[in-house]
Design a protein around this ligand. Structure first.
Ligand SMILES: [Zn+2]
Length: 214
């Protein structure tokens, strides 16, 4: 009788110990997942231009073309078993089409030597918007097209919502590296105004009109 009770007590103790170990392991795994998710969450967005005409050698400059170009620039990264050469996460063509570059979870390669900014989402608008390099339009439209700008504002707005990115963290490449990118003709102030307006509209009380009449 006494032995049986002792055995039961030993079993109960082993069970409690096992439960503690399993709970601790689950907790550590959960913490690891959360930390990883937080580290992967992009802190901002960096806007670029491709500094190229929309077509070169008879071929359109798009995400696939940029992927081929970047293969020779040491930007390649393996992510979930696939190798990505393109350094940007998104590419916006002149007709406003948005193409995927590398996945957002895969660290970018679009701000040379500034690793912190490579954690930002890199968006590249195809075209050359520099008045020095494309003064008279020899490399295509001297400014981003309306379709490109609309697509950019929409993409930024949806990424800001998804990742909790603030307007202050929407930057041009030239803000973080010694470069002209995305060119002096890129309308940065317009973009920030649009995004601020979108945020104000989203946070407006429901019983008030979201847009002011002009
Ligand atoms: Zn750039």
């Amino acid at each position: 009788m006494f032995r049986r009770r002792k055995r039961r007590r030993r079993l109960a103790r082993a069970f409690v110990l096992l439960a503690v170990i399993v709970t601790a392991l689950c907790w550590f795994k959960y913490r690891e997942c959360i930390t990883e998710r937080l580290q992967r969450r992009p802190p901002g967005i960096i806007v670029h231009h491709s500094a190229s005409p929309p077509r070169a050698m008879g071929r359109i400059i798009d995400a696939a073309a940029l992927d081929r170009m970047h293969a020779h620039r040491g930007f390649s990264k393996c992510y979930k078993g696939k190798v990505y050469h393109i350094g940007y996460h998104f590419v916006i063509l002149q007709d406003g089409a948005v193409q995927a570059g590398r996945p957002i979870g895969c660290r970018g390669a679009h701000t040379h030597g500034r690793e912190i900014y490579n954690r930002h989402i890199g968006i590249c608008l195809v075209g050359n918007f520099s008045s020095a390099a494309n003064r008279n339009g020899s490399q295509g439209p001297i400014r981003p097209t309306k379709a490109q700008l609309r697509a950019l504002a929409k993409l930024c707005s949806s990424l800001m919502d998804e990742y909790g990115i603030k307007t202050a963290n929407i930057k041009r490449h030239r803000d973080v590296n010694q470069t002209e990118c995305p060119g002096d003709r890129f309308p940065y102030r317009w973009l920030i105004g649009e995004l601020n307006h979108g945020q104000r509209a989203a946070s407006a009380p429901k019983n008030e009109p979201k847009h002011r009449k002009i």
